[in-house]
Write a protein that binds this ligand. Structure first.
Ligand code: PRT
Ligand code: ZN
Length: 284
């Protein structure tokens, strides 16, 4: 038995999706320009599809699981289950208006024409805010619509904001923060669920390793207590005596969120020779 996963065929999620599977130790045969491939060392079959089709394929059990942006998932409104946020493909769906135009809140969009590729999410958002506007659905290059007189505003995906800026637009409402997610069909057999569990175990270990760093440092023994108190570690830090008497080597794991703060405090507490090393996998 194999678990069938649908990932984007080409585009912004393709590279990260394939890398994630590879970092999970899953060998994929020849992925270029293929519709389908499978792994020799893990019971996984991979389908390459347009991202827009992935929610439907997973809902209809043509694929068992899939990797897709939350933005697409919410727009398509299919019945699938999110099992894991994957931390890549981050973007937001925002409303933008011409930069030189004053914006007096969401109410000011009333009666306006808004161009978007996300009519479903936008119309739900507008009706939640009791705003009636005309939604003009277009499939690409949404950002040029105001400049050519096709719309008064746009609702589009933004990551750096560069595209809006280049088109003389400013972001005024954020409707959704999105990232790639792993979704599954509701009714997987026990055998497929077991494969999904194995895959999830690996995905979580990869994600955790990316959020954490391995830190090695030298500490004077009289400062050890203070330094150790700063380190969370997985259980407690490893402490080894150095050849030079009065000094120890301390090893620990630090999370990205608190990393710089703790490094500064460690230096202040007398730590020296701090080495920071990436972690490949982290299983706890
Ligand atoms: O062919 P297929 O249908 O599979 O792909 P697609 O062309 O529909 O999608 P693709 O590959 O462009 O994007 C796939 C997914 O990547 C999206 O559904 C989002 O979940 C995610 N993502 C993350 C983005 C962006 N960031 C992003 N910046 N998708 C699109 N953009 C576009 C945006 O539409 C705008 O044109 O990039 C431009 C804005 O970028 P900045 O950096 O200038 O703000
Ligand atoms: Zn698409």
């Amino acid at each position: 038995m194999k678990l069938r996963i649908a990932i984007q065929k080409s585009g912004r999620l393709y590279e990260d999706s394939v890398s994630l599977l590879r970092e999970c130790g899953i060998d994929l045969r020849n992925v270029k320009d293929r519709l389908k491939t499978e792994s020799d060392n893990f019971p996984l079959e991979v389908f390459f599809l347009r991202d827009d089709d992935i929610p439907q394929y997973v809902q209809d059990a043509v694929a068992d699981i899939g990797i897709v942006g939350e933005n697409v998932l919410l727009e398509k409104n299919k019945s699938v289950e999110i099992v894991e946020n994957l931390g890549f493909g981050k973007c937001r769906l925002s409303v933008a208006v011409p930069r030189n135009q004053e914006y007096a809140g969401i109410g000011s969009l009333s009666g306006k024409k808004i161009a978007t590729s996300y009519p479903g999410i936008l119309s739900r958002y507008l009706s939640d805010h009791s705003v009636t506007a005309e939604i003009h659905e277009i499939s690409g290059s949404v950002e040029i619509a105001p400049g050519i007189g096709l719309a008064d505003a746009v609702c589009d995906l933004v990551s750096s904001g560069g595209t809006l800026f280049m088109n003389g637009l400013k972001e005024v409402e954020t409707i959704l923060s999105s990232q790639a997610v792993l979704v599954r069909n509701h009714d997987l057999s026990a055998g497929k669920l077991a494969i999904l569990e194995r895959l999830l175990f690996r995905i979580r270990a990869v994600k955790k390793s990316k959020r954490n760093k391995y830190v090695l440092l030298n500490a004077p023994n009289d400062k050890l207590d203070e330094i150790v108190a700063l380190l969370p570690g997985m259980k407690s830090p490893t402490i080894l005596p150095l050849a030079e008497s009065g000094w120890s080597s301390v090893h620990s794991v630090l999370s990205e969120d608190t990393f710089w703060d703790i490094i500064e405090q460690l230096k202040q507490a007398g730590a020296q020779g701090i080495l920071v090393v990436p972690i490949e996998k982290m299983i706890i």
